[in-house]
Design a protein around this ligand. Structure first.
Ligand code: CU
Length: 335
């Protein structure tokens, strides 16, 4: 990851030790760069105007102090005309600046939303409070469904179709692109290219309920070869259990309520209400960025999802300690 001074200054405010860095001031692709330039243009123009206003204010105060015996109201016609000219010039400058910034913003938006010829097509569907990620390969056998983690090859344009399953969400990966809403009943599109490999954090940017702040995602930008390796691993069905403990774990996941909500390809579990668990242990986090994926955190989550992420749509399924151990052993092997 290439660090700019803004990243260096701001990183202590971020999440030390987290996977993925998140900042609109550290653009990692052409679309993000257009927006970054726009941010600086607006900030620069606004700063100059602020300075000019403060300077004229200081000047006015200073001049008033010098001639405190004079009346406040302009007394003759010449002075009044001069004031009118100044007011007209100020109004003209304001209109000019606003028109210029509007044009700059329009041009940047147009550049950001340019479509490319053969993008990698991904569909992201927002749920309270996680992201379903599907790779739309023309060959049905090569379609992948995963959650909260998007792998993309560096240098290839990515076209993301954005849909919402319940309420309005907003997809925002600040290093890569602007925000785009996910609206029930209306699919939006967002296209971007990542220039450098890295792990970029994103999050829901539209208040969508209690756990809105716990709806993060990760974009893993990799070389074409690494991406292909990942893709092939994801296409494989779930790993078969290699011990008695894991076998009984699989039995619990497919036999208890879990399978009604989760899919584990290669088993009977085929639910679609929660994230696809076929390769859950290959992802850096579970529950949309809330816990790093370890056997311990998988056990903690399954034991009591409502304490970890209150209000989320996974109920607590009562398990004995042995069952929980078996389930976490099984899940943590689903690489
Ligand atoms: Cu959301």
């Amino acid at each position: 990851m290439r660090l700019r001074w803004t990243s260096a200054v701001l990183s202590p405010l971020g999440c030390a030790g987290c996977v993925g860095w998140q900042s609109a001031m550290d653009p990692q692709g052409p679309q993000a760069e257009h927006l970054h330039r726009l941010i600086w243009l607006f900030t620069g123009v606004a700063a100059v105007i602020w300075l000019l206003v403060m300077l004229s204010l200081a000047l006015a105060i200073w001049r008033r102090r010098d001639r405190s015996d004079e009346p406040v109201v302009p007394t003759n016609a010449a002075r009044e005309r001069r004031s009118a000219v100044v007011v007209f010039m100020a109004v003209g400058a304001t209109v000019g600046v606003i028109a210029g910034l509007t044009l700059a913003s329009y041009l940047a938006t147009r550049q950001v939303s340019e479509a490319s010829a053969e993008p990698l097509k991904i569909r992201v569907q927002g749920y309270q409070w996680w992201w379903q990620v599907s790779y739309l390969d023309p060959a049905a056998a090569r379609q992948i469904t995963t959650a909260n983690e998007i792998h993309i090859p560096v240098g290839r344009p990515v076209n993301i179709e954005l849909a919402a399953a319940d309420v309005i969400h907003s997809f925002w990966v600040p290093n890569l692109a602007g925000k785009m809403d996910l609206i029930p009943g209306r699919d939006n599109r967002l296209e971007f290219t990542v220039a450098r490999p890295g792990q970029y954090r994103g999050q829901c940017a539209e208040f969508c309920g209690l756990q809105h702040a716990h709806m993060a995602l990760l974009v893993m930008a990799e070389s074409e070869a690494d991406f292909e390796t990942w893709q092939n691993a994801q296409l494989a069905p779930s790993a078969a259990p290699d011990s008695d403990e894991r076998r009984s774990g699989r039995q619990i996941v497919t036999g208890k309520a879990c399978g009604a909500c989760h899919t584990v390809r290669g088993t009977e579990a085929a639910g679609t209400i929660g994230p696809d668990l076929t390769h859950v242990a290959s992802r850096a986090y579970i529950a949309a960025g809330v816990l790093p994926t370890t056997r311990g955190s998988l056990a903690a989550w399954v034991a009591d999802p409502q304490t970890i992420k209150p209000g989320n749509n996974m109920p607590m399924v009562p398990l004995t300690a042995d069952e929980l151990r078996a389930v976490s052993a099984y899940l943590s092997a689903l690489k």
